[in-house]
Design a protein around this ligand. Sequence first.
Ligand code: AHM
Ligand code: MG
Length: 333
Amino acid sequence: HRSQGLNSNSLTLMRHCLNNLMDKPDGQELVSLLVSIQSVVKNIGAAVRRAGISRLFGAEGSVNVQGEEQQKLDIIANQTFINYLGNSFATCLLVSEEMDNVVEVENEKQGSFIVCFDPLDGSNNIDCLASIGSIFAIYKRKTPKGTAPSLEDVLQPGRQLVAAGYALYGSALMMVLSTGNGVNGFIMDPSIGEFVLTKPNITMNQTIRRQYSVNESYRNSWDPKIQKYIDTKKQGDEPIPQRYIGTFIADFHRTLMYGGIFLYPNNAASPKGKLRLLYECNPASFIIEQAGGRGTNGQEDVLDIQPLTIHDRTQVFLGSKHEIEDLHTCLNQ
Ligand code: AHM
Ligand code: MG
């Protein structure tokens, strides 16, 4: 018998983490870290929902390390991450898009993990209520616990990631997580305050001729090979739909769900790419690979890039395997 609206066996994000991670080395610590991230997301989600009412729209009047104007919600989201993760007893170093330097967690609270995050991706979309998100990438420290963590713990290629995920503050609040064993999606059920598994084992749609996602206003300063590749999308009787929200993680999520390709190529304004390796490109590439897709910089897999500084940027292409193959064929001609 199905009682309407009641599914007492729904798998929550909490239970998913407990089931899958507790028997792994450092599993307990990783679970407590993910519990903290879940709290962060609930808090930011609540702030986002009430932002218009609590007068949290608009700029704060400051500029971040990237030279971008900080929005009030950017700052709240960043503080929420720092507070929760710094008190989780599971982290030692934190890297945030909004902060110049690595944050070292208080000595007595240090744990095994490093978290790199973009606390609020898509800040330009806050005031118009389009989707925004939070992105995170988790590494295990290389230096032994109890010693001082170092930059070498942070500058690990994405291949070394232990977990990555994101939250999307969209028409619903969703968390997507991979701990290296597939990708799962959880939607917040606001009536019980729990993330419930709604998309188990997400696999990337591999259908050809799906959507492409790129900011075409930069076209004139792209590599001509990329111009040519995008031109092929428009040819024929059935041009391929173009979609671009301007929130990286929302464009990425749509690409993951519906298939196709997302591109942020080098351009005159961003000659070395705009999106950041540690807390945008790496977590997205980790997830898309886990879902059967690919993430590259046009030459190599994003996950193989050795970061040199914490705010490194790279051009990035994320999509189904054949889309990336097609693109590489164009680039190699
Ligand atoms: P943010 O993290 O400062 O909000 O910014 C990065 C954003 C991405 O979310 C998005 O993909 C990109 O900037 C859009 O850039 P553009 O306006 O150049 O297309
Ligand atoms: Mg961002």
